[in-house]
Ligand binder design. Structure first.
Ligand code: ASP
Length: 340
């Protein structure tokens, strides 16, 4: 029987409605378990660790990511897989961060949650939780973990964590993996798409804890003002920028923007170009409006999600690498987050 450790961080899945205010609030893990008697029948040996104060994932920070890494690392040899219960709002950020912080992972780390609380009649929580456990416990014919990577399982779909993004506040299918195929689909059976699942690395499992949050996401729009951009790019607190451009990585040719961007790069900041489009990739060489950014020293985020680019940059800055080393690593796939 596989041994699975559930890490309960909070989120709608375990929330209950406050009778006075009508708002959903975090509740303890015991309440959640009481609503899922099926946990005893799911064919895996289950233990749980819970955050002292379960949170709405809007309150998630790099400190909490470090707490999850520590729990996984401390229990790595004791369990065959890990299931993290997490709010949906920032689940894709956490999944992306963990994919970089858990180096040489050979065991499944499956994040899930729900759009409706476990107590709701039509809840999606049970199906998400029980299937996430089944996936974390699954092994191939050789006895190895079927999915040895950080994933999000939600509404019948298993996605690579650093390729997923939340796309709906209301639909039960809340996540999408726009630039990478699903790793599995659950219907009457769980159908694994083995050709898209990462093979476990042979290196030693190494947890990382340092994430540098000295970065910002800024998005272009027609009419953007020089003063606003200057404020961001000249800030001493900012070491990196996720720059959300148009289409295949294009920006206006107004002169001042590229000037400010190259000044920022020369001052040591890393600027990563991510498209505002949900699908496709950055190709700065395609148009003159993109090429000027390439010439200004901007790094291509390729087909990365914003969540993956942001957490990858936090991770690389946390490793105290030089600007050139960060540029090289941004251009490599660390955990399957970009297509090379
Ligand atoms: N606000 C909630 C959270 O992210 C939403 C959810 O869990 O679906 O914690």
């Amino acid at each position: 029987m596989s041994r699975i450790l559930i890490i309960y961080t909070g989120g709608t899945i375990g929330m209950v409605r406050n009778a006075a205010t009508g708002a959903l609030e975090s509740c303890n893990f015991e309440n959640l378990v009481a609503n899922v008697p099926e946990l005893k029948l799911c064919g895996a040996e289950i233990s749980a660790v819970t955050f002292d104060n379960p949170i709405d994932s809007s309150d998630m920070t790099p400190r909490h990511w470090g707490m999850m890494v520590k729990i996984i690392s401390d229990n790595y040899d004791l369990y065959d897989g890990f299931v993290i219960l997490h709010g949906t709002d920032t689940m894709a950020f956490t999944a992306s961060a963990l994919s970089f912080m858990l180096e040489n992972l050979t065991k499944p780390v499956i994040l899930t949650g729900s759009q409706l609380p476990i107590e709701a009649i039509r809840t999606d929580a049970k199906e998400n939780l029980l299937t996430a456990i089944e996936i974390a416990a699954a092994r191939d014919a050789d006895g190895n973990a079927m999915v040895p990577e950080v994933c999000i399982f939600f509404h019948e779909e298993l996605m690579r964590g650093n390729r997923a993004t939340k796309i709906s506040a209301n639909n039960l299918a809340a996540f999408s993996s726009n630039n990478y195929p699903l790793l599995a689909h659950s219907g009457t059976e769980i159908d694994y798409h083995k050709e898209f699942i990462r093979r476990p690395s042979t290196g030693t499992f190494t947890p990382h804890y340092r994430m540098d949050p000295g970065i910002i996401i800024f998005s272009l729009f027609p009419g953007i003002r020089r003063e606003a951009v200057e404020g961001v790019l000249r800030s001493k607190e900012i070491k990196g920028v996720i720059f959300r451009t148009y289409g295949s990585g294009n920006a206006p040719e107004n002169g001042w923007l590229v000037e400010l961007l190259s000044e920022a790069v020369l001052s040591g900041k890393t600027i990563v170009n991510i498209s505002q489009c949900a699908t496709g990739k950055v190709q700065m060489e395609k148009y003159r409006t993109g090429k000027q950014l390439l010439e200004a020293g901007i790094v291509s985020g390729r087909d990365s999600t914003v969540e993956a680019a942001l957490t990858k940059l936090m991770f690389l800055l946390g490793e105290n690498l030089s600007q050139e080393q960060i540029r090289c690593r941004m251009n490599e796939s660390i955990a399957g987050e970009i297509t090379i």
